[in-house]
Design a protein around this ligand. Sequence first.
Ligand code: KQY
Length: 382
Amino acid sequence: MNILHTTPTADGYYMPAEFEKHSGCILIWPERSDSWTYGAYPARRAFVQMAAAIARSEQVTVCASYAQYNNARQALPAHIRVVEMSNNDAWARDYAPTFVVPKNKNSAANGLRGINWYFNAWGGLVDGLYFPWDKDNAMANKLCDLFFADVYDASDFVLEGGSIHVDGEGTAMVTENCLLSKGRNPSMSKEEIEQKLKDYLGVTKVIWLKYGIYNDETNEHVDNICAFTSPANVVLAWTDNEDDPQYAMSKHCYDLLSKETDAKGRPITIHKLPIPNPVCITKEDCEGLDNMDFEPTRTPGERLAASYVNFYIANGAIVMPGFAKPGATDEANLRYAASDKTAKEILAKLFPEREVIQIYARDILVGGGNIHCMTQQVPACL
Ligand code: KQY
């Protein structure tokens, strides 16, 4: 593996959209008992279902620590590859490499390449979520080596994969609250950050939404609020409840996107994806979390950043979260079941070629993210 000090755009590379063909998907086995409740057992149940759902249509590689390798190997189906790799937590979206491919298939440029951004646990010592983060930060280079990809060194720039979405046709989408946060690149202006995205992602236009999802501890990653479903089409997390703090945030994004065009000058069609009723952490959840010196302590009743936008687009499936506990029939659960169904129907219409697989993902959400945050696609490099 070579470490490259040029930029993808200058070398004729770009980041394809997630809805383009993949050669595989990278995941990381959940382990830490101060992130995941009850020793990570409930989260692992959801994780195994998610991995199996993705593996129905693409190759899946799961990274697990030395301590968890055998456990992960035994819990996962044999056709999923498990490799031992040190990690601090399980958010492949944020610190597995962002992969790029050549723009022109007939050019001299060839082969899959990765980008190694600097990862500082969503804000470093300003408002990061754990310390240390060194093992996570080392994963992008190791994974590029594993996938025979040369790697661009972007380690002078703090970025997580969940804070960017691209349409593969020249447009990137981010949120100001995240990319301009004090804990990431405080010495850079908005224009300089935008230029960095253009240099590395092969885009010519960056759409800056202001907000993400209410109470999202990543400083409001875009991948929880808005995602491209095809060129010039996005889904946007939505609520009609004007008393919900999410309303003003989503409305702001809606108004901005309504006036925007993408890099090719096309207006953007916005598909509203209603959020579930608030999902809050319970006393029982909190009692199942080990204490951590660094992470802000979770308190019972705190609202989690639940959104159906946090889905993964696999080659043959949409793997999306659901919040209704299987078998539970209390009123709150019936409401989650209804919003799960609506969200599934909306995504099924937007992705008619793919099967929509819904996973009960509350136990992943309690860790602070959801299905998209746990995945990183490896694009096909033709
Ligand atoms: O949403 C994500 N991309 C990850 C959130 C991690 C939170 C750590 N507890």
